[in-house]
Design a protein around this ligand. Structure first.
Ligand code: KIV
Ligand code: NA
Length: 270
């Protein structure tokens, strides 16, 4: 179980092997996903919604994400861990972006960072990668720009296809090791994947991408409320937890928990 490096992602694309990725926000899930053989764990700013209960990714801070990235990084032996640069922490300039990326590398132990945007973020991606920090791009639907994109809408349709390709190519040119493509028609994502040398990691972008990523709480049924159509539900953890919690409460109320085997005797050890 050798640690995954950026070269393994390039190799996977060359060999036609799909890259597996999930989000993770804590040590508990990071250890489990690492054991399951997930190649890449993203400490996504989706933690704003998933963990902190906000209704967008915008409010989460660098400090909050660093704390989670440290927990995830410390729990894995094989998976490659990257963290999102949160909204407001990198857009202003390449200097600002590098400062934030350096904080993640120094304080969290992550192996790289992700940031949203194509052509408009080329200087940021270039500065960070030239400083020795692996960067993953993110194009198509970029949740930090949801107000500018008019909500959660599919990107890259029709005339927007060329801009999407230009964005992905800009990410590659700037030195990123991979790029997330979110909510884009399958044929468009397939074309972008073929045009790029670096691997594409799709979410709502069809099977033509070089890898797939999902928000783990959506895929495994812990998120409340409706999930996007691209999510396949592999488990219903919310139901399992609800059942376990009600059973526990029932046992406590009935006085059947704890049983004698679950208590200490009063024998003083020698
Ligand atoms: O924050 C996140 O979870 C993400 C993935 C959905 C790509 O950016
Ligand atoms: Na994100």
């Amino acid at each position: 179980r050798k640690r995954i490096r950026t070269r393994h992602f390039a190799q996977a694309k060359a060999d036609g092997l799909k890259i597996t990725a999930l989000t993770s926000y804590d040590a508990l899930t990071a250890q489990i996903f690492d054991e399951a053989g997930i190649d890449l764990l993203l400490v996504g700013d989706s933690a704003a919604n998933v963990v902190l209960g906000y209704n967008s990714t915008l409010p989460i801070t660098t400090d909050e994400l660093i704390t989670m990235a440290r927990a995830v990084s410390g729990a894995v032996t094989r998976s490659f861990v990257i963290a999102d640069l949160p909204f407001g922490s990198y857009e202003r300039s390449a200097d600002q972006a590098l400062d934030t990326a350096v904080r993640f590398m120094k304080e969290s132990g992550a192996s790289g960072v992700k940031l949203e945007g194509g052509v408009r973020m080329e200087p940021q991606i270039r500065r960070i990668t030239e400083s020795g920090i692996p960067v993953c791009g993110h194009v198509g639907f970029t949740p930090q720009s949801e107000h500018n994109l008019g909500g959660h809408v599919v990107q890259g349709r029709g005339a927007a296809e060329e801009q999407l390709l230009a964005d992905a190519l800009a990410v590659e040119r700037a030195g990123a090791f991979a790029v997330v493509i979110e909510m884009v028609p399958a044929d468009v994502a397939e074309r972008v994947s073929a045009a790029l040398k670096i691997p594409t990691i799709g979410i709502g972008a069809g099977a033509g991408c070089d890898g797939q990523i999902l928000v783990w709480t959506d895929a495994f049924g812990l998120s409340q409320g409706r999930t996007p159509k691209f999510v396949r539900k592999y488990a219903n953890i919310a139901e399992m937890l609800r059942d376990a919690a009600s059973q526990y409460a029932e046992d406590v109320r009935a006085g059947t928990y704890p049983a004698e085997a679950e208590t200490y005797d009063n024998v003083v050890p020698e």
